[in-house]
Design a binder for this molecule. Structure first.
Ligand code: HEC
Ligand code: HEC
Length: 244
């Protein structure tokens, strides 16, 4: 496929997708990997996504990247753990994958080796998971749902989970609770008092109608994601939130 990716569009998609948060160690060089994703099934470390030829993606072509995001498979064919949310990213279009890839090429290469995952289940459990819970995309979605679910992962923080950590799909966006991320409900009912303009102000300036500046992981999603979207894309995301 001819690559005509725009790194600026890729940067906004990456911001909405929260890639940097999982792919940067606390206090470590940006995008060079090492953030611990703690789950009840082990601790997974985001990998080095910089163009370093040995430790990052420097030796990859676009097709390797597309396969990782769409199929959840490495260039050598092994499957990735779903701590890498390819279960959502599988729905990204080739065009947007091209923008993301163009953006990743602009990063500074960092020679930081990947950290091995800890306490993980045997690999056959991954095969069972993929067989039961992974549906390879891209599934056609309207633009707002696409931004909120294929790229964004609003539901990851804003939904209640079962004790093993699986999202309660029938209660998506109804609020996250401890011991997982604590985040308010943002389903249409919870947002009934917010106008589209209120949401647009939150998603551009980070300010809510009562003058609060939401913190938690949200300020980063705003600064690096929603605030960098085109006006049309932000309006589509808001329409999706309001309409359920
Ligand atoms: C919730 C945390 C999380 C988020 C968000 C996330 N990743 Fe990852 N990613 C991971 C983990 C963990 C792995 C390692 C998976 C494995 O080893 O099986 C990974 C692996 C990858 C790989 C494979 C790298 C390699 O060397 O094989 C790519 C490519 C990737 N992620 C790209 C992205 C992009 C692009 C985004 C944003 C659109 C993103 N990731 C968002 C956690 C995350
Ligand atoms: C990393 C976790 C995380 C992700 C991902 C995330 N949020 Fe949030 N969000 C939060 C937290 C935590 C708060 C509350 C912050 C506070 O009160 O200081 C919040 C607040 C909000 C609020 C304000 C709600 C209120 O009642 O004040 C809205 C609206 C919102 N998020 C929408 C979204 C949308 C849309 C997405 C996806 C594009 C998203 N969030 C992704 C964690 C997250």
């Amino acid at each position: 496929m001819a690559l005509a990716g725009d790194p600026a569009i890729g940067a906004a998609l990456a911001g909405l997708g929260g890639c940097a948060a999982c792919h940067t160690a606390d206090g470590g060089p940006p995008w060079a990997g090492g953030h611990a994703v703690e789950t009840p099934r082990g601790t997974f470390y985001g990998s080095n996504l910089t163009p370093d030829p040995e430790h990052g993606l420097g030796a990859w072509g676009f097709d390797d990247f597309r396969r990782a995001m769409r199929e959840g498979r490495a260039p050598d064919g092994h499957a990735y753990w779903p701590a890498f949310p390819y279960t959502s990213f599988t729905n990204l279009t080739d065009e947007d994958l091209g923008h993301l890839w163009a953006f990743l090429q602009t990063l500074e290469p960092v020679a930081r080796p990947d950290q091995p995952h800890e306490g993980i289940p045997p690999r056959w459990q991954l095969q069972v998971f993929r067989w039961r819970a992974f549906h390879e995309g891209p599934e056609p979605l309207d633009r707002g749902a696409y931004l909120g679910t294929a790229v964004g992962h609003c539901r990851e923080c804003h939904s209640p989970r079962t004790w093993i950590g699986r999202i309660r799909t029938r209660h998506e966006l109804e609020g996250g609770h401890a011991p997982f991320t604590v985040a308010p409900a943002i389903d249409p009912e919870a947002l009934a008092g917010w106008s589209a303009d209120d949401l647009d102000t939150l998603f551009t300036l980070g300010m809510s109608p009562d003058g609060d500046f939401p913190g938690g992981g949200m300020s980063r999603i705003v600064d690096e994601g929603t605030a960098k979207l085109s006006d049309a894309d932000r309006a589509a995301l808001i329409a999706w939130l309001k309409g359920g």
